[in-house]
Design a binder for this molecule. Sequence first.
Ligand code: RIB
Length: 334
Amino acid sequence: MAVTIKDIAKLANVSITTVSRVINNKTEGVSEETRNRILQLVKELGYQPNAIARGLVTKKTKTVGLIIPDISNPFFPDIARGVEDSAHIYGYNVFLCNTDDNLEKESEYINALKEKYVDGIIFTSSSIPKHEHITDLIKSGIPVVIMDRRIDSEDIYGVFLDNYEGGYIATKYLIDLGHKRIGCITGPLYISNAIERLEGYKRALVDNEIEVDNRLIFEGDYKINSGIIGAEKLLEHEVTAIFASNDLMAYGAYKAIRSYGYKIPDDISVVGFDDIQLSQILEPQLTTIRQPAYDMGLAAARMLIKLVEGKKLKKKIINFRPQLIIRQSTKNIG
Ligand code: RIB
């Protein structure tokens, strides 16, 4: 039978409140002798505070949930590392939930985290921006920070990247290298950041008097294979450069380009998006748009914990800037 806080209090001849205060290091008004007696009993009897019981009393479990859509994509572990490091500083544990881009799982995890009385949730949606279970979550009153993928809800706290700017600077860079037939492999176009990157691509073309040719736009799904299929389609339309809306699809494009007998960047230039670790050891190293995933994770956890603890927030939305990282997969053909 597990030792309870009541057992400790009885043996130490103090109240349960006193034991709880000593365990939580709130010892003002408790004598040194009493404090040491309690801590000695805790150690000897192997008392382990019951987090759920404590949560029911304090209404806090010092845990947060992080819901991500694809743990197999290295971008998300970078986010998770930032969330975990930041939460740890504030004394919070993190429950990581991977939804595999599956709406049902997304909904199940939201309910599971509610049942575990997490204090708040950081959420990257895999679903269409308006899906009702997200709206319900926002309305439920649990502190929520949306990150990475905007949703159609006004009253949210969020941490995002300026994806439009990212798509724009990637395309503008290729135009400045003399490319005019630039293909774009997008992410799933029900996801806000995929739409934003595509809009940035289109705007850069229009600003440089290059016609937007829809035959040079292929809708991918942020996974490697769609980069292979997309690049094959774009090569048939004689592109000289490909902007892939994430690095994994750029890796797929590499495979397709080489299977067609072309060289990177001699024949085809490639730009990715995310700057996950592999991109700098690829041959040739990938030119890409960097998302500060770790810092975004740190910021999202900081924002959420301030919300949980009722602290004032200067901003409801934090927007990070993209950064063009020029490596070896692009060539000047001007
Ligand atoms: O690589 C996966 C993509 O989905 C990233 O670009 C990130 O923004 C996430 O939304």
